[in-house]
Structure formats: structure tokens, C-alpha cells
Design a protein around this ligand. Structure first.
Ligand code: GLV
Ligand code: MN
Ligand code: MN
Length: 411
């Protein structure tokens, strides 16, 4: 199959962006870091060359705007995020921005203007790695960022407000609740993203349309016991915070496994004081709970809290249970989704609809406009892992589908 050069360019650009990392041997690009500034500068240059005006907003999102054929027209939003998880792959986020950019590049090359403007959005933080708070970029754009998050600190004690300032932004709490657009100025938001799961590969399909984005809870759970001497405190008299946390981690796995469709993950653990000859006094861990059905997610979360309390009571340890973020399941809009399906069908591919277990910026954008998502097959369904891989052939299909989607919208 012949592949257009613009799909090759997308792949090359994902490689280039992956070279901007905070760590020498692996890809980690957190919010408001030098690595983020480097990718922003790089993407900004590509956007300019594609005929867009470009702006970096007050928390570091990039907005590339390709003007409409006439003044006063509405705006269609495309895009994804440029931050990554720790030790990330190259495609989660950047692929969606690069495909959207390539789509505009194709229009610009033909000097084609549409009856609406296109804004390519490159969000500064979707993963929430630095402040354990997801969707910062899209929340800022939609005016839904809670000013309280400005006081959150990263592992070095730097507040979010300080990070934004040192990135050249302005963390003015009074502006946080002003959306970038009015609802009636927008036509919708469409994001291309790797599937991050194995379904498309199993069905031998390059792309699929997303039905809904699963809801999720992010929590911080703390176990406070009593630090003590590892050589002198008998086992029966200990209140070891790590033993309580370990028991909880295993019960998360068991409980989630017993509720069909529930996924629950403990991905971060800190142990204090953290010495080999000191009984752990305090453990703080992250908990991520997801399900398509909001009621099931809430039930799972409640049951996990009950389990944690039982474990703590038995062990004489006290529990801290803090819900950091809660997002409901968000359905994709039937009208926009139908256009993606039409584009896929015109290209002769079978249609496959699938839900997204991963979170995406569309969750936040949906507060302001209709959303749609196109998934691209990835190898072995692997993501949040440096082994993330997509083929240029599949990227070519995704780019053609997105371009066709945009053109279908304009007729
Ligand atoms: C983002 O990748 C998430 O689903 O947590
Ligand atoms: Mn991700
Ligand atoms: Mn992503």
C-alpha cells in the first residue's frame, strides 16, 4: 500500500518530539518543564509553517488557528496532548497533535479554506504526572480549572502557580474560570489517539471510532502507623504502615477482579521515613478506579474504602482517604461520530466502535462542545510504555479519515 509523505512526516515528528525529555534515557515530559517548552517551540514552528497563527496560552497550551474562508465563522477543534507519563511511549498524545497538524498542512498546501476555522490544540498537561491532577490543559481552556490546584506541589515542593510562572505563564486565579470560547462559537472537538488496547489489532483494523470515554476516580490513600526500630519492636507490637498498604494493594486487585469491567490500579507508593532499619510509619499511595458505568465505578470505590478501613482497624493504623478527581463516563456525540464512520466507510474499511478505558481531553471539552474520537491500532495494545508502536500505514489511514471528516463537515 502506498503511504502519503504527510503520514511519514507525522511519524518523523513523533520521533523528534520524543527526543525532548526531562530524563536522559527515557521519555518523561511533565507539565511546565524545559522539555515541554522545547516541544512547544518545535510544534509552534511547524504550525506557523502550516499557515496557522499560533498562541501559547497562560498555562502553556498551544493553539494553532487556521482561519475560515469568511470572518465570523465557527471553529472546529482538533488536537491532543504533548505531555507524557514517566518512561512513556512516543505516540500517546503527540500522535493526535501531529495528525491534526498534518491535516491542516494538507489544506494549506491546496490553499483550501473551509467555512469554519480549525484550531489545533496541543494540551500542556493531560496525564497529570507532575501534580497528580489530570486534564490541566483542557480544564484551563474550558474555564473549569479549580483555582485550588494552583497550590498543589510537585515532588520538589514547587507549587503549580510557581511552575506556571516560571514557564512564562500567568496563574491568575481570577482568569481560571473563563473559557477560551463561547459554546456557540464551536462546532466540536475531534481527537485522534492510539487505542492503547488490543481490540483493533485483534480485529485486524487500522482505526475505530470511540463510543464513550470511561469515568475514573483518582485518589490519594494514606496509611499512618508508627515508625519504630526494626531490631527492637516485636512483630506483635508493630503498626507497620507498609504492611497495611501492601494488604490493601492486593485487595484492590482482588476486588477489581471480582467486579466485571472494573479496573483499579495502585501506581505510586511512597514510604516514610524510608530506611531499611526503620518500621514504616507512613505510606501514601495513588489509587485509580475506572468503569464504563458510573454506578459501578462508585460502588467499587466505596467498597475499596470499606476494605481499607477494615485493614487499618485490624492493624491499628489510621487511614486517610482523599478523592482527588472524579470524572463521569462521557459519551461521544452521534453526529460527529457518524462523520468519522462515513469517512472510514468511504475508504472501504469495516466499522468498529469501541469504548475508551483511557481518559482523554474530550472529557473536559465535552462540557463546552460535542466530542468525537478516532482510535489508531497500536502494536500488542501496549501504551504508557516505551514499547508503544504504530505503523505509518495506519497513521496514513487515520490522517485520511480525519481529513475526510473535516471535509464532510464542511459540506
Ligand atoms: C491517561 O492516559 C489516563 O487514562 O490516565
Ligand atoms: Mn496517557
Ligand atoms: Mn493520551
Amino acid at each position: 500500500m502506498s503511504v502519503d509523505t504527510s503520514a511519514r512526516t507525522v511519524m518523523e515528528r513523533c520521533e523528534i518530539l520524543a527526543s525532548y525529555s526531562e530524563e536522559p534515557d527515557r521519555l518523561t515530559r511533565r507539565f511546565a518543564t524545559r522539555a515541554m517548552q522545547q516541544v512547544n517551540e518545535t510544534v509552534m514552528a511547524w504550525m506557523h509553517a502550516a499557515g496557522m497563527t499560533v498562541e501559547q496560552d497562560n498555562i502553556g497550551n498551544l493553539i494553532g488557528r487556521y482561519e475560515a474562508s469568511h470572518a465570523g465563522a465557527k471553529t472546529l477543534l482538533l488536537g491532543s496532548h504533548l505531555d507524557t507519563v514517566r518512561d512513556a511511549g512516543k505516540y500517546d498524545g503527540p500522535l493526535g497533535v501531529m495528525v491534526a497538524l498534518a491535516c491542516v498542512e494538507r489544506l494549506f498546501a491546496r490553499q483550501k479554506r473551509l467555512p469554519f476555522a480549525i484550531e489545533v490544540l496541543a494540551f500542556a498537561d493531560e496525564e497529570g504526572l507532575r501534580y497528580n491532577n489530570a486534564y490541566l490543559g483542557s480544564k484551563f481552556m474550558t474555564g473549569t480549572l479549580d483555582p485550588k490546584v494552583l497550590h498543589l506541589t510537585d515532588t520538589k515542593g514547587i507549587t503549580m502557580a510557581e511552575a506556571i510562572r516560571s514557564f512564562g505563564g500567568n496563574p491568575d486565579p481570577d482568569t481560571l474560570q473563563i473559557a477560551r470560547w463561547r459554546q456557540d462559537e464551536l462546532l466540536g472537538y475531534c481527537e485522534v489517539h492510539i487505542e492503547q488496547g488490543p481490540v483493533l489489532e485483534a480485529r485486524n483494523l487500522p482505526v475505530g471510532v470511540v463510543t464513550a470515554i470511561s469515568g475514573q476516580n483518582r485518589l490519594s490513600v494514606s496509611f499512618t502507623g508508627e515508625a519504630g526500630h526494626a531490631g527492637t519492636v516485636p512483630m506483635s507490637l508493630r503498626h507497620d504502615a507498609l504492611c497495611a498498604a501492601a494488604e490493601f494493594v492486593l485487595s484492590v486487585e482482588t476486588l477489581a477482579g471480582s467486579l466485571p469491567g472494573v479496573v483499579a490500579t495502585v501506581g505510586q507508593v511512597t514510604v516514610q521515613p524510608g530506611a531499611s532499619n526503620v518500621i514504616p510509619g507512613k505510606v501514601v499511595l495513588s489509587l485509580d478506579v475506572r468503569h464504563q458505568d458510573n454506578a459501578v465505578r462508585e460502588l467499587a470505590s466505596d467498597q475499596l474504602e470499606e476494605l481499607a478501613r477494615e485493614i487499618c482497624d485490624t492493624r491499628g493504623v489510621s487511614l486517610g482517604w482523599q478523592l482527588l478527581q472524579e470524572h463521569k463516563t462521557i459519551p461521544c456525540a452521534p453526529g460527529l461520530t457518524r462523520l468519522l464512520e462515513q469517512a472510514i466507510e468511504e475508504m472501504g474499511y469495516p466499522l468498529l466502535s469501541l469504548p475508551s478505558g483511557a481518559g482523554h481531553d474530550g472529557v473536559t471539552l465535552s462540557e463546552l462542545t460535542n466530542i468525537a474520537m478516532l482510535f489508531v491500532r497500536c502494536r500488542d495494545g501496549i501504551s504508557h510504555n516505551p514499547a508503544e508502536s504504530v505503523t505509518v500505514e495506519d497513521v496514513d489511514v487515520a490522517l485520511n479519515v480525519l481529513e475526510r471528516f473535516v471535509l464532510l463537515y464542511s459540506v
